[in-house]
Design a protein. Structure first.
Ligand code: ACO
Length: 325
C-alpha cells in the first residue's frame, strides 16, 4: 500500500502588491528586492480575509481533483503560523466551511515547514490505519503579522494557501519518505514576540508592534541553505537515489539566492528547482503546496515522476518529502 497524492489545489488572493508599491511604504527599491530575493510581487488578503478563507477554496480544488466529497475526508491538518485565532484551530474552521463532518481537524505550528510537517503526520496516520485519507493544507495571511515599516521583512512575504489530498492506493505512485527536524535553540533568529503568554496583549504590545515577525535575515539565510541541502540529501540517500533521478525539486520559496545556494551545495542544476517566489513572495507554510499544485497543473511534472519537496522555517524547523507523483 502506498500513500498517494490524489489531488492538489491552491488559492491566492487577488490583490497584488508590487515592489513599486513597497517603494512608497519603506526605503527600498525594486532593484534591491529583485537582486537580494528574486521577488517581484506578492498577493495580499483583503481586510477581514483569514487563513481559513484561503484554505477552504484550495481544499475544495484538491478534493475535486481527487474526486472526493468533503463528507469523505477523515483528517484535516492545517500548517499555519497565522491562524484565524489562537483557538479554535484553523483546521476546525476549514472543517466547518467545507462540511467535512467526519474529519478530525487540527493545526500544526512549524512556521514555513508547517505543510511538510503536516504531510509527514498525515502520512503516518494513514500508514498506521488511523484514517484512510487526509487533507493537508498550508494556509497563511502573513500580511497580518508584518510590520509595514520594517523594510528588512515587509518585502519578503505574501498570503495564500495550497492543499493536497492524501490517500492509500495501489501502484507505483506514493510518498517514498518524509524527514522532519527541529532546533529550538535558534528560536530567537525568527519569531513573533507578542500575542502569546510571554508578551500578553496590552496596548504597548500594539504600539511597539510586538505582534510582528522579527528575523535575523543573514544568519537565518545561512542555516536555511545548510538545512535544506541536508534534508534533500537524507531523502535521496535513504531511497538510494541521486539528483539525476529527480524530475523536480520544489523548495520553500523564501529567496532565490537560498534556492541557488542549495542547488550548488547539492551539485544540481538550478533548472531542476521550481520557482514561483517571483510572483508570490514567501507564503510560509503555503509556499510548497501552492508550487506543487502549479507543477501538477502546468505539467512541469506528472504521473510517475519523482518530486522532492524541501523546506525550512522558524523554530528552526526543516525537512523533506520525496514523492512519486
Ligand atoms: N531594501 C533596501 N535595503 C535593505 C532592505 C530592503 N528591503 N532590507 C535590508 N536592507 C539593507 C540592510 O539594512 C543592510 O544595510 P546595511 O548594510 O547598511 O546594514 C543591507 O541591506 C544588507 O542586509 P542583509 O540583511 O545583510 O541582506 P541579505 O542579503 O542577507 O538579505 C534577506 C536579506 C533577504 C532577508 C535574506 O537574509 C534572507 O532571505 N534570509 C532568509 C529568509 C528565510 O529563509 N527565512 C526562513 C523562512 S521564513 C519563516 O519561517 C517565517
Amino acid at each position: 500500500m502506498k500513500i498517494q497524492i490524489a489531488g492538489t489545489g491552491r488559492f491566492l488572493p487577488e490583490k497584488v502588491l508590487t515592489n513599486a508599491d513597497l517603494e512608497k511604504l519603506v526605503a527600498t527599491s525594486n532593484q534591491w528586492i529583485i537582486e537580494r530575493t528574486g521577488i517581484h510581487e506578492r498577493r495580499i488578503a483583503a481586510e477581514g480575509v483569514c487563513a481559513s478563507d484561503l484554505a477552504t477554496p484550495a481544499a475544495r480544488q484538491a478534493l475535486e481533483a481527487a474526486g472526493m466529497k468533503p463528507e469523505e475526508v477523515e483528517l484535516i491538518v492545517v500548517g499555519t503560523s497565522t491562524p484565524d485565532m489562537n483557538f479554535p484551530s484553523t483546521a476546525c474552521f476549514v472543517q466547518s466551511k467545507l462540511g467535512a463532518v467526519k474529519a478530525v481537524a487540527f493545526d500544526v505550528l512549524a512556521a514555513c515547514s508547517g505543510f511538510i510537517y503536516g504531510v509527514s503526520i498525515a502520512n503516518n496516520f494513514i500508514k498506521s490505519g488511523q484514517c484512510k485519507n487526509a487533507l493537508v493544507i498550508g494556509a497563511e495571511v502573513y500580511s497580518s503579522i508584518i510590520n509595514w515599516e520594517d523594510r528588512t521583512t515587509c518585502v519578503l512575504f505574501g498570503d495564500g494557501a495550497g492543499a493536497v489530498v492524501l490517500k492509500a492506493g495501489e501502484g507505483e505512485s506514493g510518498i517514498l519518505s518524509t524527514h522532519i527536524f527541529s532546533d529550538g535553540s535558534k528560536s530567537a533568529d525568527l519569531y513573533t514576540p507578542g500575542g502569546g503568554s510571554v508578551n500578553r496583549f496590552t496596548p504597548d504590545l500594539v504600539s511597539e508592534k510586538k505582534y510582528a515577525l522579527c528575523m535575523k535575515g543573514n544568519s537565518t539565510f545561512k542555516v536555511a541553505v545548510k538545512s535544506m541541502a541536508d534534508a534533500a540529501r537524507v531523502a535521496l540517500e535513504q531511497n538510494g537515489l541521486t539528483g539525476a533521478d529527480i524530475k523536480i525539486v520544489i523548495p520553500h520559496q523564501a529567496n532565490l539566492r537560498i534556492v541557488s545556494a542549495v542547488a550548488k551545495q547539492l551539485g544540481l542544476d538550478e533548472s531542476l528547482f521550481y520557482i514561483n517566489l517571483d510572483r508570490y513572495g514567501n507564503t510560509a507554510a503555503a509556499s510548497i503546496p501552492i508550487a506543487l499544485d502549479e507543477v501538477v497543473r502546468n505539467g512541469r511534472a506528472g504521473k510517475g515522476d519523482l518530486a522532492l519537496m524541501v523546506t525550512f522555517g522558524g523554530g528552526f524547523t526543516w525537512g523533506s518529502v520525496l514523492v512519486r507523483l
